[in-house]
Design a binder for this molecule. Structure first.
Ligand code: CTP
Ligand code: K
Ligand code: MG
Length: 181
């Protein structure tokens, strides 16, 4: 694969993991997952992690995977590339892992004295990617190892923070998000 093809496959394979956190921003709110509980004086997760956001985000990612499955042959032929399709386990593990990674990150932020919305550079940009990759490696191992070759993984690790920063600056500029990270 050329570099451009590697990048295209990485973005395609990760779209179901990129959508959930953005969908959570748009559709989230309501009852916090931690139910207001605290640990050593700080919230377990905080008001930024809600049931509705987690559910809507996961479902949005699953729907994107289903859509990509339909589009893969047409788009693949058009750009002359074999684009991966998503078996059910991968279609669920990618978005669910992304949402769980973001939740684990909030848990770590609260344990390190960061209040809701505070930045944690590095963690903010990679939490959902690591969560998605780890859960997918566990739940859809064969698909994961054939799709995420070393070069696709490397492209994912470089591209994801760049895409994350860009999307969040746009969402902040559009008034959808309270902080640009
Ligand atoms: N959101 C949600 N449920 C989730 C994730 C996100 O409802 N599981 C919504 C919340 O309204 C949240 C917003 O999306 O405030 C932005 O998400 P994020 O930046 O991850 O949360 P923060 O509010 O910054 O909180 P934290 O410091 O815990 O990351
Ligand atoms: K976050
Ligand atoms: Mg935030």
């Amino acid at each position: 694969m050329t570099l451009v093809e590697t990048v295209a496959v990485a973005i395609w394979a990760l779209l179901p993991a990129y959508v959930p956190n953005n969908a959570a921003v748009l559709l989230g709110g309501g009852r916090p997952i931690d139910g207001g509980r605290t640990l050593d004086g700080a919230r377990l997760l905080g008001d930024g992690k809600t049931w509705r956001g987690a559910l809507a985000g996961t479902l949005a990612g699953v729907e994107v995977a289903a859509l990509l499955n339909v589009l893969a042959p047409t788009v693949g032929t058009a750009i002359g590339l074999a684009l991966p399709t998503f078996p059910p386990a991968a279609a669920l593990a990618l978005p669910l892992g992304a949402i769980l990674g973001d939740i684990v990150a909030s848990f770590l932020k609260r344990r390190t004295g960061r209040s809701r919305g505070a930045a944690f550079p590095g963690l903010d940009q990679l939490d959902f990617l690591v969560g998605a990759l780890v859960l997918t490696a566990l739940a859809a191992t064969t698909w994961f190892t054939t799709t995420f070759t070393l070069s696709v993984l490397a492209a994912a690790l470089v591209l994801t923070p760049l895409l994350h920063v860009t999307t969040n600056v746009i969402a902040y500029g559009a008034g959808l998000k309270s902080e640009p990270w």
